[in-house]
Design a protein around this ligand. Structure first.
Ligand code: NAD
Length: 355
């Protein structure tokens, strides 16, 4: 019998080349007119451009968003939002900037407009995250879903290949997690499979030619779908491990996903045969764990934890942190098995079944 339940999120999307130009009219339509623009120091120029585009609809720019959304950064942005009398935030940047907007939505009830410039996919989820005392805290709350997401592929043209490759594989992880984390929800799985196809096809071209607007458009759409899949779907061991490394060891987010994903797919393969098989078909490979490992190589993304700042001495502690509370995962999770997985990921070995 074919039965399922599905609860969508309140997505409101404008997608297209030069969509940024629609921001003032969109804000007027939402009756918002005192926007605090958020971005990272690296993207201060696009932050200023967005602020200038908004003219009197903007009350300022906060350009100190940081990876993993440290609690101190959230406090700083909340202070500026309060002092400037902002009635909304506009996050222009990657997942770190979207994440900061989400924390202000959660803590201050400020509507957030997301303008993603990477493939993190956070704008499609109700997942918030912040780092407090070296531990990443996450939760789900529909109030953090952006009031509007404006996707403009032109803004991703500046994304360097070395950021774009891992970022695309971070999106891939959102989709793959929803094919290899247990029972398949048909609507989530269809969204995830469409994301996998779009990302598999576009990412090599995104990295090969920074001016390939068609590939960047396809990758951004893939990221949107992948975010939608995880936003209405689930996470498992893979995300637990990524949060462990990001929170406790401050590893770069997208690169951590890139390195761990093939190993987590291999770990769960025996318990997720239908999803693994459909993933293989979407990627047009025999073994999707190996396919993801090879794709990372093709886009020049890191494949070893030792190459992204992890020390071998960290692995025991990482395995302990990751397993200190139960993980919702199709394959049983134990500290010993996770430690074996981390050994392979640390050395950049090909993904293998862990017993
Ligand atoms: P990021 O936002 O930190 O961006 C990485 C770097 O790339 C930054 O220096 C940024 O300024 C720069 N950058 C971004 N777009 C650019 C562009 N178009 N051109 C040039 N430079 C650009 O990294 P990320 O990987 O996008 O996001 C990571 C963060 O997002 C983490 O904190 C992670 O936890 C969070 N995240 C959350 C969710 C969720 O659902 N809540 C999902 C994915 C990621």
């Amino acid at each position: 019998m074919f039965e399922f339940t599905y609860r969508a999120l309140p997505w409101n999307i404008v997608f297209g080349v030069d969509a940024l130009g629609q921001l003032p009219a969109e804000l007027d339509g939402l009756d918002l007119g005192r926007a605090l623009v958020l971005t990272t120091p690296n993207q201060a120029d696009v932050g200023r451009r967005t602020r200038d585009l908004l003219g009197t609809r903007s009350v300022g720019l906060f350009d100190r968003a940081m990876m993993h959304v440290p609690a101190e950064t959230v406090d700083g942005a909340m202070r500026v939002a309060g002092e400037s009398g902002a009635d909304c935030t506009v996050s222009v940047g990657g997942g770190s900037t979207t994440g900061l907007g989400k924390m202000l939505a959660l803590n201050l009830d400020l509507p957030n407009v997301a303008i993603p410039t990477t493939y993190a996919g956070s704008e499609m989820t109700n997942i918030w995250g912040t780092t407090v005392d070296g531990r990443k805290r996450t939760g789900r709350d529909d109030r953090v879903v952006p009031t509007l997401t404006l996707y403009d592929p032109v803004l991703t043209l500046g994304l360097p290949a070395k950021v774009a490759g891992p970022s695309g594989l971070n999106a891939m992880a959102q989709a793959v997690a929803n094919l290899t984390s247990g029972a398949l929800n048909p609507m989530v799985a269809d969204m995830a499979l469409a994301a996998v196809r779009a990302l598999t096809e576009s990412l090599p071209n995104v990295v090969k030619d920074g001016d390939d607007l068609s590939a960047r458009t396809q990758a951004l759409y893939g990221a949107c779908l992948a975010g939608g899949a995880i936003g209405t779907g689930t996470t498992s061991l893979h995300h637990r491990l990524c949060h462990t490394f990001g929170g406790a060891f401050r590893t770069p987010h997208a690169e951590t996903h890139t390195v761990l994903l093939p190993h987590c797919v291999a770990y769960n393969a025996a318990s997720t045969t239908e999803g693994t098989c459909r993933l293989a078909q979407a990627m047009q490979v025999d073994d999707p764990a190996v396919g993801l490992y090879e794709l990372a190589k093709q886009v020049n993304a890191p494949r070893a934890l030792k190459d992204i700042g992890v020390l071998e001495a960290d692995l025991d502690r990482a395995a302990a942190i990751a397993t200190e509370t139960p993980v919702d995962n199709p394959e049983p999770v134990s500290r010993e098995r996770v430690r074996k997985l981390l050994h392979n990921a640390f050395h950049g070995l090909a993904p293998a079944l862990i017993r």
